[in-house]
Ligand binder design. Structure first.
Ligand code: SF4
Ligand code: SF4
Length: 368
């Protein structure tokens, strides 16, 4: 039987079970359990449903590096801004990138100064746009985790199929498992279990995250995005803590399989190869990025339009603590600028801009 995963009655029942489990887990650990969600959509779901504040007396829910826009390094944002200033270039992007501040500008500001910036909901729309306007050089901003990369790989293959010389991709793609290893190797992390990103896992499969429990002895649960999914995932984590177990459990079996989506990964691997890339707050993470490979090198915007920025970019904008928020070192409210100098109307850092950003979610739903 299908259950309504937003049903408040089911939610209440799970919540009751959960508070008892949290107490037992706290006895086991000698302190309240600390769990981390590492997906931006989970952060929003947890803030919007009030789960974080409802559970604050029983356990701590931290947010991690879950939003691809937020983890894009400042130097990459600066490069994108320089790209938008190239004559004849049209930047094609998902809307979230528009207001992300670089060191001295944003795409929104560049657009006000006559740069051409177009918003698309899918990269294939950008390919159509390139076909329609052969006089423009359309550069799609490839920003996303495993979830968005297959569609961008497809757009590159489509541009080749159509013989379009004016479509390319600026790849800032990232993959999640390597940054999880960086988090897990951090001696200050203090997290007892992870809520894993359901969308990413539909592509990677459960097994790609097995190392969290196998190598680091931490419980992890893949979760869907409704309130009941998140509450169930928390219960499954607490049960493991109580039983002193560590397994990587698939709590989103209606969409996630053991091996994930092989077809999507094949398409991705045809076009992209792993690369060492820089994450905001984390620095260079080995094998955590995807660059366009040799077979499709003609579609690599970073080679077609080489732009240089300072080799070392500032870690953050004007005191912005996004890097620490993304590593789970602080909560958004601990940033001195939160809700003062930094608001969704006047964002100082990307975590306040992106719809999946932790600061934006806490500001919108948890500011009392
Ligand atoms: S792309 Fe999907 S899995 Fe990744 S942060 Fe966004 S919603 Fe979560
Ligand atoms: S509140 Fe603003 S300045 Fe502070 S970490 Fe969040 S986005 Fe950065």
């Amino acid at each position: 039987m299908l259950i309504n995963r937003n049903d408040p009655e089911i939610g209440k029942r799970i919540l009751q079970e959960l508070t008892g489990l949290a107490e037992k887990a706290a006895c086991e650990l000698g302190r309240p359990p600390v769990l981390m969600e590492i997906c931006g959509t989970h952060t929003v779901a947890i803030s919007r449903s009030g789960i974080r504040s409802l559970l604050k007396d029983f356990l701590v829910l931290k947010s991690g590096p879950g939003c691809p826009v937020c983890v894009t390094d400042q130097s990459d944002i600066d490069r994108i801004i320089l790209l938008s200033r190239q004559p004849g270039v049209v930047i094609a992007t998902f809307g979230d990138m528009l207001r992300v501040p670089g060191t001295d500008s944003s795409l929104e500001q560049e657009r006000a100064r006559q740069a051409k910036v177009e918003i698309f909901y899918s990269p294939l729309e950008a390919v159509d746009f390139a076909e329609k306007y052969p006089g423009e050089q359309v550069v799609f901003l490839g920003i996303g985790f495993e979830t968005t990369t297959p569609a961008i790989a497809l757009s590159i293959r489509q541009a080749r199929k159509q013989g379009l010389p004016n479509y390319s991709v600026f790849s800032v793609h990232k993959v999640v498992p390597p940054v999880m290893s960086v988090l897990l190797n951090d001696p200050e992390l203090g997290v007892d279990g992870f809520i894993l990103p359901g969308h990413v896992c539909t592509i990677t499969g459960r097994k790609a995250f097995d190392f969290i429990s196998a190598d680091y002895n931490k419980p992890a649960v893949i979760a869907g995005f409704e309130s009941v999914d998140v509450l169930e995932a928390i219960c499954l984590l607490l049960k493991q803590i109580i039983q002193r177990q560590a397994r990587t459990v698939n709590g989103y079996a209606r969409l996630v399989q053991e091996e994930g989506n092989k077809k999507a990964r094949e398409i991705m691997n045809q076009v992209f190869s792993p690369a060492d890339v820089c994450w905001r707050g984390f620095g260079i993470v080995e094998g955590s990025g995807l660059k366009i490979n040799q077979d499709y090198v003609d579609y690599d915007a970073s080679l077609r339009f080489p732009v240089e920025t300072d080799a070392v970019s500032p870690q953050s904008n004007f005191g912005c603590a996004c890097g620490d928020v993304l590593k789970g070192k602080i909560n958004p409210g601990d940033c001195p600028l939160f809700a003062k100098r930094c608001t969704p109307l006047w964002p100082v850092g990307p975590c306040m801009v992106s719809s999946e950003g932790a600061c934006a979610a806490y500001y919108q739903y948890e500011l009392s």
